[in-house]
Write a protein that binds this ligand. Structure first.
Ligand SMILES: [Zn+2]
Length: 282
C-alpha cells in the first residue's frame, strides 16, 4: 500500500467543521426534554456553536457536520468505555439527583444513544474520507464561564486551541497562524490548556484536526440564553479564520507567518508541547 503523504504544510484544501454539542433537542420519542434539565446540566450545552462556526452556505472547500441531539442524550465525543462514564458523563449521561429528589435519570436509553453514536461516527467518517488528503477537521465547541459538571473553575481565557500529539496535529504554520489571528483581534488564548486535544475519526486518509473552544461569555448570556451584542462580531472573526486555515493568502495570514509571530506563539506554548514540536522538526 502506498505510504500516505502528509498534507502540504502550506495549505489545506478543505475544512470539515465538526459541531457535536450545539443542540438542546432530544429525540421525539424521548421522555426528556431541555425543560427537564437542571441548570448545571444546561451549562454543558454549546449553545449556538452551529451558527457561530458554520457559514450559511456550504462552499466547495468548507463542509460541516452538526450532531442533531443534545449531548446529555448522546455525546458523540465520548469514547466507548470513556473514563467519564464513572461519573455518569459517558456516551449517554446518567445523573443521580440530590437525596431529597431521591431519583436518578438516564437521558438516553443505552441502545438508542449508542445507535445514534455509531450512525454519526459512520457518517462523519465517510464524509472525512470522501474529502480526502489535505483536509483539516475543525472541532467546534464553547465552554461555560460558570463552574459546571466538567470544569469547577472555568479559565479566564476567551478561546482555547487544542490539538493532538499524533499524526493529526496541524502544521506549525497552521497553529501559529490560528493563535496569532485570534490574538491580533484581542482574544485571550489558551493552547491545549485547560482543554486539550481535538476530535479524530479512524479513516484511511491523512488529515489534521484542530479544536476551537470559545468562552460563552463572548457571545451569550448563560442565564437568559440570549445572544449578546458581540455575537455577530465573534461569528465574523471565527468564520474569517477559515481563509487563513485554507491559506487563501491575504495580508492577515502573510503577517502571521513572520518569524516574530512564531516566537510569540512559542513563548505562550506550554513547555511540554513546545519540546514535542521542536523534537519533531516540522
Ligand atoms: Zn463541546
Amino acid at each position: 500500500m502506498k505510504q500516505l503523504e502528509k498534507p502540504n504544510r502550506e495549505a489545506y484544501g478543505h475544512l470539515l467543521l465538526h459541531v457535536p454539542h450545539s443542540s438542546s433537542l432530544f429525540p421525539s420519542e424521548s421522555i426528556y426534554s431541555w425543560n427537564d434539565l437542571e441548570n448545571s446540566e444546561r451549562l454543558l450545552i454549546d449553545y449556538y456553536t452551529d451558527e457561530l462556526f458554520v457559514p450559511q452556505q456550504e462552499s466547495a472547500d468548507i463542509s460541516s457536520v452538526v450532531f442533531p441531539y443534545c449531548r446529555l442524550f448522546c455525546d458523540v465525543e465520548r469514547l466507548v468505555n470513556d473514563p467519564l462514564e464513572k461519573i455518569g458523563l459517558g456516551i449517554s449521561y446518567f445523573r443521580e439527583m440530590p437525596a431529597e429528589r431521591g431519583c436518578s435519570r438516564s437521558f438516553g436509553g443505552r441502545v438508542e444513544a449508542f445507535n445514534e453514536y455509531v450512525d454519526f461516527h459512520a457518517s462523519v467518517s465517510k464524509k472525512l474520507f470522501a474529502m480526502g488528503e489535505g483536509t483539516l477537521l475543525v472541532d467546534c465547541h464553547s465552554f461555560s464561564s460558570h463552574p459546571n459538571l466538567l470544569c469547577s473553575t472555568p479559565p479566564d481565557i476567551d478561546i482555547c486551541i487544542g490539538f493532538n500529539d499524533d499524526e493529526t496535529r496541524p502544521s506549525r504554520e497552521t497553529l501559529v497562524n490560528t493563535v496569532q489571528y485570534f490574538k491580533a483581534k484581542g482574544y485571550k488564548l489558551g493552547i491545549n490548556t485547560p482543554f486539550s486535544n481535538s476530535k479524530t475519526y479512524s479513516v484511511p486518509t491523512h488529515y489534521h484536526s484542530i479544536m476551537i473552544e470559545v468562552n460563552k461569555r463572548l457571545y451569550m448570556n448563560e442565564q437568559t440564553l440570549e445572544k449578546s451584542d458581540s455575537f455577530h462580531e465573534l461569528k465574523h472573526d471565527i468564520q474569517s479564520l477559515y481563509d487563513v486555515l485554507l491559506m487563501k493568502c491575504n495580508q492577515e495570514c502573510q503577517h502571521a507567518n513572520s518569524s516574530s509571530q512564531e516566537l510569540l506563539f512559542e513563548q505562550n506554548m506550554p513547555k511540554k508541547i513546545k519540546n514535542k514540536i521542536d523534537s519533531d522538526n516540522i
